[in-house]
Design a protein around this ligand. Structure first.
Ligand code: GDP
Ligand code: IMO
Ligand code: MG
Length: 426
């Protein structure tokens, strides 16, 4: 009964898609449990590149792709993504979606954009996909769920209720036009028939699969430090990407999770605003960005780049109880003479070795680096730990010590096969 969760250990874009895909052929179900199309997971399979935003990476292998109740679904994006994959010969017919998943509507996207603009230099730097407003409505009990699409009168009432307050805000505060409830309802109803066959009792399906000893892989989106409860609030997303989110976001109990794999990049990146102690604003940062092609899959924004921060990853190891780490993009570090790794912070003159609980302290943290020896050999063809140069091995071993978790796999290139397996992940 293996339930496996894959979680980003930093601020997203660690390579969760590739790591998930890597486990692919031995997985029976691949489940997205949080977030929406704010995610961007890039996979390279047989030389073909795929960018997925809403669909689980399992859509590209034989597993059953699942969208759990914890996800917020933009139906336009869903159909666009399905059509795009179908046009490339990918079968999407096995996809199932929870009846309890919430729907992102036009007004969520409008609210996301106007509130960001209104915040000015206090903005979050969201992806503008309506994610925050959709989760706000869910918590405010004003959300629209997938199942509401199949009851027209309920849907009309719910859309009207959700828009009542928003229209006051839009007109009186943000100086925008009111949004017409009937128009929104009609758009949603127009999607109902196409999505109806995909809607299923996901909780039952997954628990039955686990009863049959099948492998269920929960594919995290975003990351620990973007979690609304555990991340660098308010510079976070509005859901729970952490491992525990796999339970609430799909309806399986915590006892059914056997393994939690943290995905950590061999350096650090972040998109949007918020604190980032090891950020490099110099030519070194530009080099990491260029070498790692660190441009957002979803919004095309430059990713902010910096060195590996062991305190950031250790905090994720602790709160998610990672059993293993998959270290990605190690190949990108090839060619540096010395590679700095952040092992502590200087906070107002004091050395601290774990993430400070106070956000103010975190904003003031200055990284204290240990300088590890680099390597120049091309490692993209390595498949076993022994294939890696001595200094690369030492880098990996030192990270393991610092973050207090074993590293069981290493990414040495974007393609499915470009990985070093140390411990089997299934
Ligand atoms: P995700 O959001 O966590 O799935 O990560 P993204 O797909 O947004 O960003 C990771 C990027 O790095 C993608 O373009 C991947 O194809 C690429 N990638 C993943 N693993 C590796 C790796 O080990 N080496 C290299 N060079 N690229 C990788
Ligand atoms: P994947 O799954 C990186 C960031 C946004 C912004 C903040 C809030 O590809 O790792 P939102 O639109 O969610 O309200 O934006 O969260 N963000 C991500 N950053 N990777 C992601 O997903 C992200 N999803 C959201 O940039 O700072
Ligand atoms: Mg991404």
């Amino acid at each position: 009964m293996p339930g496996i969760v894959v979680v980003g250990a930093q601020w997203g874009d660690e390579g969760k898609g590739k790591a998930t895909d890597q486990l692919g052929d031995r997985v029976d179900y691949t489940v997205r449990y949080s977030g929406g199309n704010n995610a961007g997971h890039t996979l390279v399979v047989n030389g073909e590149k795929y960018a997925l935003h809403l669909l689980p990476s399992g859509i590209l292998n034989d597993s059953v792709p699942v969208i759990g109740n914890g996800v917020v679904v933009d139906l336009d994006v869903l159909f666009e993504e399905i059509d795009g994959l179908n046009a490339r010969g990918v079968d999407t017919s096995k996809l199932i979606i929870s009846a309890n998943a919430h729907v992102i509507t036009e007004y969520h996207k409008v609210m996301d954009k106007v509130t960001e603009r209104f915040l000015g230099n206090r903005r979050i730097g969201t992806t503008g996909r309506g994610i925050g407003p959709a989760y706000s409505d869910k918590i405010n009990r004003l959300g629209i769920r997938m199942q509401d699409l199949f009851d027209e009168s309920i849907l009309r009432q719910k859309v009207e209720a959700a828009l009542e307050q928003k229209n006051h805000l839009l007109v009186k505060v943000y100086n925008r036009r009111a949004i017409d409830a009937d128009q929104v309802t009609d758009v949603l109803l127009g999607h109902a028939e196409r999505v109806r066959p995909m809607v299923a009792d996901v909780t039952r399906v997954l628990n039955d699969a686990l009863d049959r000893d099948e492998v269920v892989l929960f594919e995290g989106a975003q990351a620990h430090h973007l979690d609304v409860d555990h991340g660098t609030y308010p510079y976070v997303t509005s859901s729970n990407p952490i491992a525990a989110g796999a339970c609430t976001g799909s309806g399986v109990g915590p006892m059914r999770i056997n393994r939690v794999i943290g995905i950590a990049k061999a350096y650090t990146t972040r998109v949007g605003e918020g604190p980032f102690p090891t950020e490099l604003l110099d030519a070194d940062g530009d080099k990491l960005r260029a070498d790692g092609a660190e441009f957002g899959t979803t919004t095309g924004r430059n990713r902010r780049c910096g060195w590996f921060d062991a305190l950031v990853v250790e905090a994720a190891v602790t709160a998610n109880a990672f059993t293993d780490i998959f270290l990605t993009k190690l190949d990108i570090l090839t060619g540096w003479e010395k590679i700095p790794v952040c092992v502590a912070y200087d906070i107002n003159g004091e050395r601290v070795e774990t993430l400070p609980p106070s956000q103010t302290d975190f904003h003031h943290a200055r990284p204290i680096y240990e300088y590890l020896d680099g390597w120049t050999e091309d490692i993209s063809g390595a498949r076993t730990f022994a294939d890696l140069p001595k200094n690369t091995q030492a880098y990996v071993r030192r990270l393991e010590e610092l973050v207090r978790c074993r590293i069981s796999g290493i990414g040495v290139g974007p393609s499915r096969e470009q990985s070093v397996v140390i411990n089997d992940l299934l």
